[in-house]
Design a protein around this ligand. Structure first.
Ligand code: ZN
Length: 387
C-alpha cells in the first residue's frame, strides 16, 4: 500500500477519534457496582484511593527530585506495607529520587520482576500534570498484584515488585532513569531476573464507550517474542480474564516506551503491558475520572495469573532471543480490526492492509525491511484511532 494511503488511514483514524467527546462516566463507582465479584469491590475502591492520592495536589505531579515526588514515594511505600510487604528505597542520585523495591521470596534464588514507574511530569506553571493513566493506574495495579502474590506466594521463583522513579523526561533513556539505575546497580544479579513485566499506560479502556467490547477490553503485550517459550504462555492466557483481551505484538512496532528498555538492552527477557497513549497522554487532562477501574481489576487478576506461570516455569534461566515476530503482530491487528470492518471503512482499510502485509511475512516471522515502516504506521494509526 502506498504511503499516502497509509497516511490517509492514520489521519482519518485520528480525526475520527477527536469527533467523539471523552466518555464522562467511567467513574469507578459505576464500574465497581456492576462487578459481580463482590469480594473484589473493596480492593477496587482501594485502587481508586491510591490513584487519587498519587494524583493529589500534595503530590503535585510526582516529578522526580521534587517534594511532590518524595511524598508520592511515601504513598507507594505505605501502600506496599499495607499489603504485607517490606519495601525499601534505592536512591537514584542523578535524579535526586529513589526507586521503591520489595521482594516476595520464592523457593529458588531466581526472580520475576513486576514494575511500574510512579513519577510523572510535575507542575508546569499553573498546570499540575497528574498522570492518572501515566502511571498512577499502573502503580495501583502493581500494588494489587503485590497483595495477591504476598497473600499466596507463587511456586518456584520469587517476585521483585519495583516502583521506579525518574522514567519521565528529562530522565527518559538516560543514566538517571530509575530503571536504568537499577540495571546498573541491581539488588539481585540481573541474570537471576528471568522476566521483567513492565506496566505502562494500562488504566484506560481503548476507544470511546460506543466501541465494541472486543476493542475496549484490548491490552497490548509487547516483547513476548524476545524470550523462548513466552508467547505460548501469552496465547494460552490471552482470554482467561473476562474483562481483558491480551493482544501480543512485537516490541519493535513502537519506539521504546518505558522501563523495559534497560532490560532489553541487557538481553533480559521482558514483556510490556500497555493500552497505548490515550488522548490525554502527557496533558493536564490525564485524570482519574478517565480511568476504567473495573478493567484495572481485571488487569491485576491477569498479571497475577501470568506471573504465577512465569515463576513456575522449569527453564532456568529463560532464554533471551533477539528475534522479530511481525506475524504475531499482524495476526493481532487482524483480530482487532476485522470485526470492525463491517461498520468502519477505516477499519476495513486497516484490516486489508494487515492482510496484505501478513502475506509478505518471511518464513522466520519477520517482514522484509522495506515493509516495516508500513507496519509502524498501521500501528500508529490504530493507537490514535482508539486513543
Ligand atoms: Zn509513563
Amino acid at each position: 500500500m502506498k504511503r499516502a494511503v497509509i497516511a490517509a488511514i492514520v489521519f482519518a483514524a485520528a480525526s475520527t477519534a477527536t469527533v467523539h467527546p471523552a466518555s464522562p462516566s467511567l467513574a469507578a463507582g459505576a464500574a465497581v457496582a456492576e462487578d459481580p465479584r463482590r469480594v473484589r469491590v473493596s480492593h477496587a475502591s482501594s485502587m481508586r484511593e491510591l490513584v487519587d492520592e498519587l494524583c493529589s495536589d500534595r503530590c503535585a505531579g510526582r516529578a522526580a527530585g521534587t517534594e511532590g515526588g518524595r511524598i508520592a514515594r511515601g504513598v507507594v511505600i505505605d501502600a506496599l506495607r499495607t499489603v504485607g510487604l517490606d519495601p525499601f528505597e534505592q536512591a537514584v542520585p542523578k535524579a535526586r529520587g529513589a526507586n521503591v523495591l520489595a521482594t516476595i521470596p520464592g523457593e529458588i534464588d531466581r526472580y520475576v520482576m513486576v514494575a511500574a514507574h510512579y513519577d510523572h511530569l510535575g507542575t508546569v506553571g499553573r498546570h499540575v500534570y497528574r498522570g492518572a493513566d501515566d502511571n498512577a493506574a499502573s502503580v495501583a495495579i502493581l500494588v494489587d498484584v503485590a497483595r495477591r502474590l504476598a497473600a499466596a506466594r507463587p511456586m518456584g521463583r520469587g517476585v521483585i515488585i519495583a516502583a521506579f522513579d525518574a522514567e519521565e523526561p528529562p530522565y527518559f533513556l538516560t543514566a538517571a532513569m530509575g530503571s536504568e539505575h537499577f540495571a546498573r546497580h541491581p539488588t539481585v544479579p540481573l541474570e537471576r531476573i528471568d522476566m521483567m513485566v513492565c506496566l505502562e499506560l494500562v488504566g484506560h479502556a481503548l476507544g470511546d464507550a460506543h466501541r465494541p467490547s472486543e476493542v475496549r477490553r484490548t491490552m497490548f503485550l509487547l516483547g513476548a517474542e524476545r524470550s523462548e517459550g513466552t508467547l505460548t504462555h501469552v496465547h494460552a492466557l490471552a482470554r482467561t480474564e473476562p474483562g481483558l483481551i491480551i493482544r501480543p505484538a512485537d516490541a519493535e512496532v513502537i519506539p521504546r516506551l518505558s522501563d523495559y528498555a534497560a532490560f532489553w538492552e541487557r538481553e533480559r527477557p521482558f514483556v510490556l503491558l500497555t493500552g497505548g497513549r490515550s488522548r490525554h497522554y502527557h496533558t493536564p487532562d490525564d485524570l482519574p475520572q478517565y480511568l476504567d477501574f473495573a478493567r484495572m481489576q481485571a488487569t491485576a487478576a491477569w498479571i497475577e495469573r501470568f506471573v504465577r506461570e512465569q515463576c513456575a516455569r522449569h527453564e532456568a534461566p529463560f532464554v533471551f532471543r533477539d528475534r522479530r515476530d511481525d506475524a504475531t503482530t499482524l495476526d493481532s491487528i487482524g483480530d482487532l480490526l476485522t470485526p470492525l470492518a463491517t461498520v468502519s471503512d477505516v477499519a476495513a482499510m486497516g484490516a486489508q492492509m494487515a492482510r496484505s502485509l501478513r502475506a509478505r511475512v518471511r518464513r522466520d516471522g519477520a517482514l522484509p525491511h522495506d515493509a516495516r515502516g508500513q507496519l509502524e504506521q498501521l500501528v500508529a494509526g490504530i493507537e490514535s484511532s482508539f486513543a
